[in-house]
Design a binder for this molecule. Structure first.
Ligand SMILES: Nc1ncnc2c1ncn2[C@@H]1O[C@H](COP(=O)(O)OP(=O)(O)OP(=O)(O)O)[C@@H](O)[C@H]1O
Length: 780
């Protein structure tokens, strides 16, 4: 037990710090208010304070200078105000809870008497003198000690070298509204008590920051600065996403001034997940990184050419389509198109196109062919074959633009131009007229003048109509990319010997889809890859850090592509092989594929085995579904053992689940998910339940905000998020029967924090074979 006086002393310190924080808040509020008034004033009087005079060039230069000065003044004030507001936001957080931890650390060679305790909070704070830190930012070099060591010998890295010494105390606080509610001196792990308290709470519609309780192995991820590729394999609920987000905050702090939030991109599994994690960084006083999904990226690149299938539709197909030869070909196609072997095939194909085989589109105008596809083809292949294809395409584009200029001139005398000229508005006439007036020799009344005027008008009309053509040329649209990609699917070269077995059927399915201007999800990345091989890679060099969450859902091909388009950035990939749910997963461990993409010395791997989300009972229960599950270490938080209930018919199923929801609500669970396997099953469940359960919502792939309450959600959309209680709608062997559905089942069940209830019609799924039906005695 801690002596009372110690607690009192700590409370006194909290009071002192909070008082100082509040004083600063007041000061800053005044400053921000003044700045606001200044800004409003400058905006209001912007033109009054500028002497506007454009009479001669000296005067207009002066006008220009004074405008610039006003604008600079305005933006400087706005910037200062923004900084003040950010600081204010941080101070307000510190006023509520100034810090969460303390370490006492004596450097080697220093005396114990001189020890200055280090207090850790979400931001740093200096005292009145400006010389001493009352609070250290959790990301400061010395704060690393708190996460990495228990009392005893310890060391930390600073930019100027390593500092070693001894940690004599490590203490944790729960401070709310300026009051210490709990205080613990801790050992190896960071306060089980505090972690218990944090994890025992009801879930939220937003993910929370974990800075007060970051675990040592998570800290390794957060503070890693060396790896070019950081690979994190972590069990369900082990804090991968949390570590990723705190890592973003850490990097923004560590490289302040050279790295900003726009240079960090997070690829998340679905749009709803984006909303779920969006508040973590602002909570830590940082701006959000760019968030997107891989699908959004693909759509952005392909929307003009194809109707693109999304990964969830692909998954729905693989999960629910009737089995048959078409299905088998599609699955084999998905696997092949995700593989490194397919990259090899495309690389060779692209190289061969340097010799022959590229397909072009004729340039058409008003239904007429201006330049034939053959002419373009001939021009392209007339260039030196040793030049790379992208260069030759660019040279072809230049030639086409020149051709268009020449053809445009010929076009001017055509009848359609005359007709359009008659329809021209007065404004264009007047512009041309005054333009010509400025020119020498234009007298307004000679025949020659009239000719010049109509020539000019004709030129304008043709130029306007040719704009689209020119822009298409500049975007290399004369290359028939869909056709070039399609060709890949009928040329079989016996010697290649590495085509998948059902290649002919795969070709047929792909070609059919392309003919409808549609693209399978599995074709999107290969298509873009081939396009970029031919047209030149559109690389993004401004992004410095790429985070890929749910990395197990990316194919080796997709990783290869990401590496190509983000050539200069570091990648943090986080995933769990036990949650691989896509059909391409069997292509092999994509982590493995990814780890081979960078030099061994540039790659670092971290394994997270402790799981924090679920109670020990849920963790133990769900671990039995997967191979190697015994390696997962549950955090020791207790709750009821999961239930498995057999049900006679659909009607009873809905009734029993509705009763369960009612009970769960009464017990205070604020988020409850009924998880269905597919969108279709979820829709049926929703139909059955919505009549008897109030305020229940159906979540679909388009849903973009994560809400609290009772929801029905398809298993794959529940990825990455969590609920107080999970009800598995129908864990029958008919629904979860195929071996490749095991991981989906596991993913669904591991979304539960406090309670998990499974229902089934008929026979239960065989994945439950090893599951304990009740808590084993040893654990009670
Ligand atoms: N160090 C920690 N302190 C407090 N809470 C933590 C800690 N680590 C993880 N958690 C909590 O555990 C839960 C799971 O974390 P998170 O979602 O980051 O895990 P994950 O590994 O991404 O999970 P999954 O792969 O299952 O989606 C969250 O509620 C998170 O707040």
């Amino acid at each position: 037990m801690m002596p009372n006086s110690e607690l009192e002393q700590e409370q006194l310190r909290v009071n002192r710090v909070t008082k100082w924080v509040k004083e600063q808040i007041e000061g800053l509020q005044d400053q921000a208010g003044e700045l606001r008034e200044d800004i409003v004033d400058i905006r209001k009087n912007f033109w009054d304070d500028v002497t506007v005079n454009f009479e001669d060039s000296a005067e207009s230069a002066e006008t220009h200078a004074s405008l610039k000065q006003q604008a600079e003044l305005l933006s400087e004030r706005e910037r200062t105000r923004r900084v003040a507001m950010e600081q204010l936001g941080l101070l307000k957080k510190l006023a509520q809870s100034p810090y969460f931890g303390r370490i006492d650390f004596v450097e080697d060679g220093e005396s114990r008497e001189a020890i200055e305790p280090i207090y850790l909070g979400v931001g740093s704070l200096l005292d009145e003198s400006g010389a001493n830190y009352l609070i250290y930012d959790w990301r400061a070099p010395i704060s690393g000690l708190y996460y990495d060591y228990s009392p005893g010998p310890a060391k930390y890295e600073t930019p100027s070298g390593q500092i070693s010494g001894e940690m004599t105390l490590k203490r944790q606080y729960i401070i709310r509204q300026g009051e210490i509610e709990g205080m613990f001196d801790t050992g190896v792990t960071i306060g089980d008590e505090i972690l218990q308290a944090v994890l025992g709470k009801q879930s939220d519609s937003q993910m929370k920051s974990i800075v007060a309780t970051i675990q040592r192995e998570q800290n390794q991820i957060i503070r890693n600065e060396r790896a070019r590729l950081l690979l994190v394999q972590g069990a369900a609920g082990s804090g991968k996403t949390s570590a990723a987000l705190q890592r973003v905050a850490y990097l923004l702090y560590r490289y302040r001034g050279t790295l900003n939030a726009d240079q960090i991109v997070l690829f998340s599994p679905n749009p709803m997940f984006n909303s779920y994690v969006a508040t973590v960084l602002p909570e830590l006083g940082e701006q959000n990184m760019q968030q997107t999904t891989y699908q959004q990226y693909l759509e952005h690149r392909l929307v003009q050419t194809f109707d693109l299938e999304d990964p969830f539709s692909q998954l729905e197909y693989t999960l629910s389509a009737a089995h048959g030869s078409e299905y088998d070909a599609r699955i084999e196609g998905i696997r092949y198109k995700s593989s490194l072997a397919f990259i090899g095939l495309i690389d060779r194909y692209a190289a061969s196109l340097g010799e022959k085989g590229l397909r072009f589109r004729a340039m058409k105008f008003r239904g007429r062919t201006l330049i034939t596809a053959e002419a373009i083809h001939e021009h392209f292949y007339s260039h030196n074959r040793s030049y790379p294809i992208p260069n030759r395409l660019r040279m072809t584009a230049e030639w086409l633009l020149k051709e268009l200029t020449r053809l445009g001139r010929e076009e001017r005398g055509k009848r359609w131009v005359e007709e359009e000229m008659e329809l021209l508005d007065n404004e264009t006439y007047n512009t041309v007229y005054s333009e010509l007036l400025d020119k020498e020799g234009f007298t307004q009344n000679s025949f020659d003048d009239h000719k010049r005027e109509s020539d000019r008008l004709a030129a304008i009309i043709v130029q306007e109509r040719f704009k689209r053509l020119r822009s298409r040329v500049k975007r290399l649209k004369f290359l028939d990319m869909p056709e070039v990609y399609r060709q890949l699917f009928h040329e079989t070269n016996e010697q290649e010997g590495e085509y998948p077995q059902l290649w002919a059927a795969i070709c047929e399915g792909t070609a059919e889809k392309l003919a409808r201007k549609e693209l399978f999800y599995e074709d999107a990345t290969p298509y873009l890859y081939l396009k970029e091989l031919l047209e030149g890679f559109q690389t993004n060099t401004s992004v410095k850090h790429l985070f890929v969450d749910e990395a197990q859902d990316y194919s080796p091909f997709q990783f290869h592509y990401l590496k190509k388009i983000f050539p200069s950035c570091k990648i943090t990939a986080l995933g769990d092989l036990n949650q691989s749910i896509f059909a391409h997963a069997v292509v092999g461990d994509s982590f493995h594929a990814l780890s081979g993409m960078y030099e061994e010395q540039e790659t670092e791997r971290v394994v997270l085995e402790r799981s924090y989300r679920s109670t020990r009972q849920i963790s133990e229960f769900t671990s039995s579904f997967i191979a190697g599950g015994e390696r997962i270490i549950p955090f020791n938080r207790s709750g009821p053992w999961p239930t498995i209930t057999p049900i006679a018919d659909e009607e009873e199923l809905a009734k029993r689940i509705a009763q369960r929801i009612e009970e769960l609500k009464k017990q205070g669970n604020s988020s409850i998910a009924v998880i269905g396997k597919t969108a279709e099953e979820s829709r049926l469940a929703f139909e059955a339940l919505s009549a008897i359960v109030p305020d229940i919502h159906l979540i679909a792939k388009e849903t973009s905000t994560f809400e609290q309450g009772v929801v029905v959600i398809p298993s794959y959309l529940a990825k990455g998020v969590e609920f107080d209680a999970v009800i598995l709608y129908n864990a029958s062997s008919l629904v979860y029967g195929r071996e490749d559905e095991r991981k989906l089942f596991y993913t669904a069940c591991t979304r539960a924090m406090h309670e998990l209830h499974l229902y089934y019609l008929g026979e239960p799924t065989s994945f439950l074979e090893k599951a304990q039906l009740a808590e084993p005695l040893k654990n009670i």
